[in-house]
Ligand binder design. Structure first.
Ligand SMILES: NC(=O)C1=CN([C@@H]2O[C@H](COP(=O)(O)OP(=O)(O)OC[C@H]3O[C@@H](n4cnc5c(N)ncnc54)[C@H](OP(=O)(O)O)[C@@H]3O)[C@@H](O)[C@H]2O)C=CC1
Ligand SMILES: CC(=O)N[C@@H](CCC(=O)OP(=O)(O)O)C(=O)O
Length: 328
C-alpha cells in the first residue's frame, strides 16, 4: 500500500516514517513539507539515513498519488486538505485535533471556525474498534487524552469525579521552538501549564461520557525535562468504595484482549519508542489512583495512527507495531 505523509518534517511525521519501515504492507512514497521542497528526508530525520531515499516535496493534497495518507500537520491545516483526500478516495488518519470533537465543541475550544466539518470515528482502538474498522477517515486522539482515557476507562462509570494529572515530554510541543521549550527553561526544571484550561480536557470529557460516565473531569498538564513520554496519574473518586482486589481484577479483565495495554507499574522508559500503554491501579477505597504511561509520539500519535490504519485496511492491528521499549 502506497502511503503519503503530509507534514513529514515534524516529529510525528518522522515517527510515522520510522515505524512504517517495519510495516510489511506499507511503502511511504510521498513526504511533504512546504519549507523543505527538494531536501532529503534524512537531512531532517538523521536516524533514517540509509533507510530511505525520499525527498520532501511541497505537494498539495491534489498532487499526491497514494492509497493512504497521514495528516501530521497542525490543527486548521488538516481541515484544508481532508476533503480533497476524501474526494480522491485516499483513506486518511488525521493526527491533528480537527475531527476529534463535534463541530460546536471544536469551534469553542479552538476558537476557530471549522471550514470543512464531517463526522469521523475517534481513533482510540481499545474503545472504538468497531467504528474504526473499515472507515475511510479517522481522527487520531490527542496524546494526553489517550493516556488519560486508558487510565480511567475501566472505572469511569463508577466515578463521580476524575482528576487527571499528567506529565509530558517536550516533543509534544512539536518542532517549532518557543520560550517554553527552550532548553534552559526546560532542562533541570519542572512546571505546570494551562492548569485548568488545556484543550485536551474536552476529549477526556467526551470519552468519559461515551463510557457511560457522569463524572466531573479535571486536567492539569506538566512539562517534564525529557524528550518523550506522558505519565498520567488519574485520581478516580468513586461513588461507592471498591477494594484493591476488585479494582485490579476489573482492569485486568477490561484490557485482557488488548495487546497494546499492559498491566504493570508504568514508567516512561518501558514504553519509549513503543505503541504500548502501561497501566496499574491502587485503591484506598473511595479513591483509586490509576497511573498510565505512553510515548506521546507513538501510542500518543504516530503508532496509534498506524494501529488505526491497520484496522481501516484490514491488516492485523499490531502489524509493524510489535516494538519493545528500551529499559533502562
Ligand atoms: N508531538 C506530539 O506528541 C503530538 C502531536 N499531535 C498532533 O500531530 C500534528 C503534528 O504534530 P508534530 O509532528 O508534533 O508537529 P511539528 O510542528 O513537529 O510538524 C508539523 C508539520 O506540519 C507542517 N506544517 C506546519 N504548518 C503547516 C501548515 N499550515 N500547512 C501545512 N503543513 C504545515 C510542517 O512542515 P512545513 O512547515 O515545512 O510545511 C511539519 O512537517 C499536530 O496537529 C499535533 O497537534 C498529536 C499528538 C501528539
Ligand atoms: C508539551 C506540549 O506542549 N504538548 C502539547 C501536546 C498537544 C498536542 O500535541 O496535541 P494536539 O494534537 O491536540 O494539538 C500541548 O500541551 O499542547
Amino acid at each position: 500500500m502506497e502511503i503519503a505523509i503530509i507534514g513529514a518534517s515534524g516529529y510525528t511525521g518522522g515517527e510515522l516514517m520510522r515505524l512504517l519501515l517495519h510495516h510489511p504492507s506499507a511503502d511511504v512514497v510521498a513526504a511533504t513539507s512546504r519549507k523543505l521542497d527538494g531536501t532529503p528526508v534524512a537531512s531532517v530525520h538523521p536516524h533514517l539515513r540509509g533507510l530511505t531515499d525520499l525527498v520532501f516535496r511541497n505537494a498539495g493534497a491534489g498532487d499526491i498519488d497514494a492509497d493512504f495518507a497521514f495528516l501530521a500537520v497542525p490543527h486548521t491545516a488538516a481541515m484544508k486538505v481532508a476533503g480533497t483526500l476524501a474526494e480522491r478516495g485516499i483513506r486518511t488518519v488525521d493526527l491533528s485535533a480537527d475531527y476529534r470533537l463535534p463541530k460546536d465543541v471544536y469551534e469553542k475550544i479552538y476558537g476557530v471556525t471549522h471550514e470543512a466539518y464531517f463526522e469521523a470515528p475517534y481513533g482510540l482502538p481499545e474503545l472504538h474498534r468497531d467504528e474504526i474498522r473499515g472507515a475511510s477517515f479517522v481522527a487520531n486522539p490527542g496524546c494526553f487524552p489517550t493516556g488519560a482515557t486508558l487510565a480511567a476507562a475501566p472505572l469511569a462509570k463508577f466515578a463521580h469525579t476524575i482528576i487527571y494529572d499528567s506529565k509530558t515530554g517536550v516533543s509534544g510541543a512539536g518542532t517549532s521552538p518557543s520560550a517554553t521549550t527552550h532548553y534552559p527553561n526546560v532542562g533541570d526544571n519542572f512546571s505546570a501549564y494551562k492548569w485548568t484550561s488545556h484543550r485536551h480536557l474536552a476529549e477526556m470529557k467526551q470519552e468519559a461520557a461515551r463510557l457511560g460516565s457522569t463524572a466531573r473531569c479535571y486536567f492539569t498538564p506538566h512539562l517534564l525535562p525529557v524528550n518523550r513520554g506522558i505519565l498520567t496519574t488519574a485520581h478516580i473518586l468513586l461513588r461507592e468504595p471498591m477494594g484493591q482486589d476488585e479494582v485490579e481484577a476489573l482492569y485486568k479483565k477490561f484490557y485482557a484482549d488488548e495487546f497494546f495495554v499492559r498491566y504493570q507499574k508504568p514508567t516512561l522508559a518501558a514504553v519509549r519508542g513503543t505503541n504500548f500503554c502501561d497501566v496499574a491501579v491502587e485503591s484506598e477505597g473511595d479513591r483509586v489512583v490509576a497511573v498510565s504511561a505512553i510515548d506521546n509520539l507513538v501510542k500518543g500519535a504516530s503508532g496509534q495512527a498506524i494501529q488505526n490504519m491497520n484496522l481501516m485496511c484490514g491488516f492485523a492491528e499490531d502489524t509493524g507495531l510489535r516494538t519493545a521499549g528500551m529499559f533502562p
